[in-house]
Ligand binder design. Structure first.
Ligand code: G1P
Ligand code: ZN
Length: 542
């Protein structure tokens, strides 16, 4: 095995977004593109020689090929051990757990999460630290910086590694270890939840459907729900990870999982439905004819978290991303817990989780997690729900309605305008920014603006600043929040987040999108959306 130096030219677009580097597969396929980024990553890290690196991905197109390149570069850069999921598969939460369990230096996760896959879809790469946490901004900035001047990378001359065979082999001074992708994660879940309690629920005939969306969670869900918890065989559907996710959009929401949602609204539907995204960190919870909003799911888990023995006495506080509706704030207030509102991106929760300022956190984009891992964790969230249902005997709908009656219902929804032209969209937001102060006191559709501003954040632990994280327009009991997506691979995606709190019991059972329509109309008006973008209807509503 020879180590070789390959001369290369920098690419100008290797800039990490909300969650690592995400681009079209065609971009990643350019000669040296992936290699440049991986070497720039290693050039940004210190002291990894001889240490372990975890590698795995969500099985999307280009996953296997990328792993072979990464193995060569990691061997050439003198990592001591590469721990790779069998067939290159590791869900994001499983990778995060493996990093911590095996005391690795960090891990490389290959995924573009909820973005479509296949040869014409997206690919992505992100780095998790030794804590199994997404790389902090300071590190992703450094990688992007290094990528601008890189002129060579190291690789080695070696045959492809057979990723299907579990076991170890040594190449040069690096041990390459292929591990079962599921074992460690499934074992860990059994230390958090009493599986007997959940098994009891299925024994009583409780029916569930879990849609793995042809993405990474299929094998995890089959092992955990069917084999270990005794759910009927066939509970997990779309269970085989496919390179193109079977043409499905691997994002569990009301738009992209519509067929599944419709199934849950039929007469003979199961009691409980859940779905996950491409890399397994997001989830959706449905009851029979009932959709749980991610913000309500977070609040319900917060309400019951201390009934899960693993968390008893350890529910230190909660956090939500700022765009997430604030249902959980009312639970936290009642339980006398601190609540934090962070910028979008899981990395902003890491310091709060690590220092036990919080036990639980979540995002409006269907991600929830706890200090059990430093990544969000879809299957863990589903297990929380199953445990709560098993111990309370309440249905998904009853748990939601109980929350609303106790704290008021915070209606919420997100509207996404995708594929917008970048320049006019930026101009629109700049114009809004200038007008923000003058909006206070103005009335739109009967709603008077009480407060406006840009969202700037200082991490309470590290002191790091994150400025310009979104635009806030507040009304009495209602809020519009706007920001541009940082995970798209083309054009601009504008996300408009709405929430409005309702305390009258008779108004709590409306359709959220209908209930929020007047607020949505206000956003279109205030933004002059049509003038700048030519659009007046969102592409995706969640
Ligand atoms: C999106 C979500 C955000 C999440 C991120 C990674 O980012 O909105 O909550 O953390 O994906 O899963 P965005 O595209 O909005 O930047
Ligand atoms: Zn994801």
């Amino acid at each position: 095995m020879d180590i070789c130096t390959v001369k290369t030219e920098p690419f100008s677009d290797q800039i990490c977004g909300t969650s690592g580097l995400r681009k079209k597969v065609s971009v990643f396929k350019q000669k040296n593109y992936l290699e440049n980024f991986v070497q720039s990553l290693f050039n940004s890290l210190d002291g990894f020689e001889g240490k372990a690196l975890v590698i795995g991905g969500d099985g999307r197109y280009f996953n296997a090929r990328a792993i072979q390149s990464i193995i060569r570069i990691a061997v050439a850069n003198q990592f001591g051990r590469l721990i790779i999921g069998q067939n290159g598969i590791l869900s994001t939460p499983a990778a995060s757990h493996l990093i911590v369990k095996r005391e690795a230096f960090g891990g490389i996760i290959l995924s573009a999460s909820h973005n479509p896959g296949g040869a014409n879809g997206d690919f992505g790469i992100k780095f998790d630290t030794a804590q199994g946490a997404p790389a902090p901004q300071s590190l992703t900035d450094k990688i992007s910086e290094k990528s601008k001047t890189i002129d060579h990378y190291w690789t080695c001359d070696m045959p492809n590694i057979d990723l299907s065979v579990i076991g170890e082999q040594t190449i040069g001074s690096t041990v390459i270890e292929i591990v079962d992708s599921i074992d460690d994660y499934a074992e860990y879940m059994q230390t958090i939840f009493d599986f007997d309690v959940i098994r009891g629920l299925f024994k009583k005939g409780f029916k569930m459907s879990y849609n793995a969306m042809n993405a990474v969670t299929g094998p995890y869900a089959k092992r955990i729900f069917e084999d270990l918890l005794g759910a009927d065989s066939g509970t997990v559907i779309n269970a085989t990870p496919l390179p193109d996710f079977g043409g499905l959009h691997p994002e569990p929401n009301l738009t992209y999982a519509k067929t599944f949602v419709d199934m849950m609204y039929q007469d003979n539907a199961p009691d409980f439905g859940a779905a996950s995204d491409g890399d397994g960190d997001r989830y959706m919870i449905l009851g029979h004819r009932f959709f749980t909003s991610p913000a309500d799911s977070l609040a319900i888990i917060a309400e019951y978290m201390d009934t899960i023995p693993f968390y008893q006495g350890r529910v230190y506080g909660v956090a939500r991303s700022m765009p997430t509706a604030n249902a959980v704030d009312y639970v936290a207030q009642a339980k006398n817990m601190p609540v934090y509102a962070t910028p979008t991106g899981w990395k902003f929760f890491s310091s709060l989780l690590e220092t036990h300022k919080i036990a639980l956190c979540g995002e409006e984009s269907f991600g929830t997690g706890s200090f059990h891992l430093s990544e969000k964790d879809g299957i863990w969230a589903v297990l929380c729900w199953l445990y709560i249902i098993a111990t309370t005997g309440k249905s998904v709908q009853e748990l939601n309605e109980e929350l609303w009656q106790k704290y008021g219902r915070v209606y919420n929804s997100t509207q996404n305008y995708e594929g917008l032209e970048i320049e006019p969209t930026k101009e629109m937001l700049l114009s809004l920014e200038k007008r923000l102060p003058a909006l206070v006191g103005e009335t739109f559709n009967g709603l008077t603006v009480t407060q406006t501003g840009l969202f700037n954040y200082t991490d309470p632990v590290t002191g790091e600043e994150a400025t310009r994280q979104g635009y806030m327009i507040c009304f009495d009991n209602a809020r519009i929040f706007l920001r541009l997506s940082g995970t798209g691979s083309s054009g601009a995606t504008l996300r408009v987040y709405y929430m409005k709190r309702e305390t009258q019991a008779e108004n709590m059972k409306q359709n959220a999108v209908d209930y929020l329509q007047s607020l949505a109309d206000v956003a279109v008006e205030i933004l002059h959306l049509e003038k700048y973008t030519g659009r007046n209807k969102p592409d995706v509503i969640t």
